[in-house]
Design a binder for this molecule. Structure first.
Ligand code: SAH
Length: 411
């Protein structure tokens, strides 16, 4: 016991030192995944806070960025592309910046280590199973990508093998061999992507082993995550992000809430614990199937989920319910968490007509956030809180949560 404690204390100390000194990734120039590699973490945080301040200062005071205490190996989703070199050697890693050349990556400072190991070991299995990497130029070969997802809280691991044509030879033995090396793998999914596209996943899917999804826990709730569903990549920081969003929503149990771009319903279901009813909208059908299952598994029966584009579902919903005076027409809070391109103007326009007291905007791109805040500000909303959260340590990306409140039009 004493020795264990001593070791844990030592590990913590080493982690603090690593964070202070900052490790530099040997691939970072080629891979381009972490633009801030080699810059001490404290300085990275300052850079991000400065950028957000520069873009959002006109809307209100930017509160200090929420950093991570040990900013390494946090990524719970690891993606690799496979290729064969002229000399026959198989490599796997990521595309070189702005190109389709593959950089062979043996280790990464951001990715969950176990997931990187799985990706490397799959590379080793290819030869004995006579599986060739897919060649984008000739269209020859089979294996395109591998996606590994690791549930931080439960330890469940999903492997998605993306192949170019529907048959993986000796698939059962392949899965067996892989599981022998990595018994932590709880599910293996085959995804068929025969198209000439930069999209990683195709439409067709087949479960080769296990449940076809993994379950993770965030803030005491359990979430099912399927291969095609979005899930935040940094679980420790996600809890901080969601807690802020929840705080900004200011719920007492009586509120009607919309959660647009809801994914598997994580934010929706946290809000539902303190709301009268929550409506979620998300474009990916598999994610909505997860969200509905997640509501059930967390004993939440006052959440309704819709599949479709927020900018289409929301106006249609308002139109259809105008006559019946449904409570969803006049929500207290609307939360949005769009992809980098931000919200479609039609979505913002509809939100404004619904006149919620508060809007919580969770954004992964401060430029489109500034654009959308401008629109909301011009239409009766005031930005009252802004706080960046570092979800993507060592990259230049930054997440921001904003609270907007309706201005009293009577004054
Ligand atoms: N709030 C969720 C998901 C945020 S990511 C979470 O924290 O996990 C953004 C989500 O928006 C993705 O799930 C994506 O599939 C979805 N999406 C993208 N464009 C959309 C649109 N036009 N309408 C609705 N959802 C969209």
């Amino acid at each position: 016991k004493m020795a264990e404690k001593k070791q844990a204390g030592y590990n913590k100390k080493m982690q603090r030192q690593e964070t202070r000194e900052c490790q530099e990734c040997s691939y970072h120039k080629k891979c381009g995944g972490c633009e801030y590699s080699g810059i001490p973490y404290e300085e990275q945080l300052q850079k991000k806070e400065k950028r957000v301040t520069r873009l959002l200062r006109e809307f209100g005071k930017v509160e200090p960025i929420v950093g991570m205490s040990y900013p390494y190996y946090y990524r719970n989703k690891v993606h690799a592309v496979y290729a064969q070199k002229k000399n026959g050697q198989v490599i796997c890693g990521t595309y070189e910046k702005d190109s389709h050349r593959v950089v062979d990556i043996e280790s990464c400072l951001l990715e969950d280590k176990q997931s990187t190991a799985i990706i490397r070991d799959i590379r080793g299995l290819l030869r004995s199973f006579k599986i060739k990497p897919y060649n984008e130029d000739t269209g020859y070969g089979l294996l395109r990508h591998v996606l590994v997802r690791h549930a931080h809280a439960t330890g469940e691991v999903m492997v998605v093998l993306v192949i170019a044509s529907p048959i993986l030879p000796s698939k059962n033995n392949f899965v067996k061999a892989l599981r022998q090396m990595h018994p932590e793998i709880t599910t293996v999914v085959l995804n068929i992507n025969g198209r000439n596209t930069s999209m990683v996943l195709g439409d067709q899917e087949k479960v080769l082993y296990g449940k076809g999804y993994i379950v993770d826990e965030l803030l005491g709730m359990r979430f099912r995550i399927s291969a095609k569903s979005f899930y935040q990549v940094n679980p420790l920081q996600t809890e901080k992000l969601y807690s802020l969003a929840l705080e900004y929503a200011g719920l007492t149990g009586q509120e009607v809430v919309w959660d647009l771009y809801c994914g598997i319903g994580t934010i929706s279901l946290f809000l539902a614990q303190a709301a009268k009813h929550v409506y979620g909208v998300e474009i990916v059908p598999e994610a909505i199937a997860d969200a509905r299952e997640n509501a059930k598994n967390n004993q939440i029966d006052h959440a309704t989920f819709y599949v479709g584009k927020a900018e289409e579902v929301l106006p249609q919903w308002v139109d259809e319910h105008k006559k019946d005076g449904d409570e969803g027409l006049h929500p207290d809070v609307i939360v949005v968490d769009p992809p980098r391109k931000g919200c479609d103007e039609k979505c913002l326009e509809t939100m404004v007509t619904m006149a919620p007291e508060r809007i919580v905007y969770v954004s992964c791109d401060s430029a489109t956030l500034a654009r959308d805040l401008k629109y909301l500000q011009a239409n009766g909303y005031e930005v009252t809180r802004v706080r960046p959260v570092d979800q993507f340590c060592h990259s230049m990306h930054v997440e921001t949560v904003c609270l907007l409140s309706i201005q009293n039009k009577m004054i």
